[in-house]
Design a protein around this ligand. Structure first.
Ligand code: SF4
Length: 212
């Protein structure tokens, strides 16, 4: 049994797939407590569900892209089997993971969207740095930036780990915390191998709307 927080259909708000119609499976539970977390309801709220039931609900949406998110999906052992099952059904499977868990066992074919937690999150010490060596060109690395100090930190990490050569890199401003133009200016000034990324579901529906 998996502990599921919610399953719904939406327009994907994040990653390079932003704007795509998507089935979203949010699993419950997270080992981090980021200062800007907008899904605190996923820490403890859940209903138990089998992989079969989850797949049958997702199939009804008739989308080709499925996002597995949380919370932190990799905390639940059965999430690996769920990803395999979704791949077998020929979905494009995206996994959002918070960077603290090893991605080594994520099935080949799943597109990993890996957070690198900046100091502004309060959780950067939890990062599993070995993950950066396990990424494929189809994967994505996301820095959620709260302030100028995060921007400096993320820029240094990009240079130190030569990011941008291994996977796509995204800079995402914390909603209502830092002006996206500051990120845009930095990317332009330093010629960073980064895509500016805005959470479009919040631009469409506003913050704090569940099931969107
Ligand atoms: S990892 Fe994601 S779900 Fe967990 S606390 Fe941070 S923002 Fe919230």
């Amino acid at each position: 049994m998996l502990r599921v927080n919610e399953i719904f259909k939406s327009i994907l708000g994040e990653s390079t797939y932003a704007g795509s119609i998507c089935g979203i499976i949010r699993l419950s539970g997270c080992n981090l407590r980021c200062r800007y977390c907008d899904t605190q309801y996923a820490y403890d709220e859940f209903f138990p569900s089998t992989i079969e039931k989850i797949c049958s609900q997702i199939d009804q949406y008739k989308t080709s892209v499925i996002l597995l998110t949380g919370g932190e999906p990799l905390l639940q052992e059965e999430s690996y089997e769920l990803m395999k099952r979704l791949l077998k059904k020929e979905y494009t499977v995206l996994l959002e993971t918070n960077g603290s868990q090893s991605i080594e066992r994520v099935p080949l074919g799943v597109i990993k969207i890996l957070d690198v937690k900046c100091p502004g999150s309060g959780e950067s010490h939890q990062m599993h740095w070995g993950n950066l060596k396990k990424l494929l060109p189809s994967d994505e690395i996301k820095f959620v930036i709260s302030n100028q100090a995060d921007l400096e930190w993320a820029t240094n990490i990009i240079h130190e780990y030569h990011l941008g050569k291994t996977a796509k890199v995204l800079f995402s401003p914390v909603y209502d915390s830092i002006d996206p133009s500051i990120l845009a200016d930095r990317i332009l000034q330093k010629n960073l191998p980064v895509r500016l990324h805005l959470q479009i579901h919040k631009l469409i529906w506003g913050e704090g709307v569940r099931g969107k």
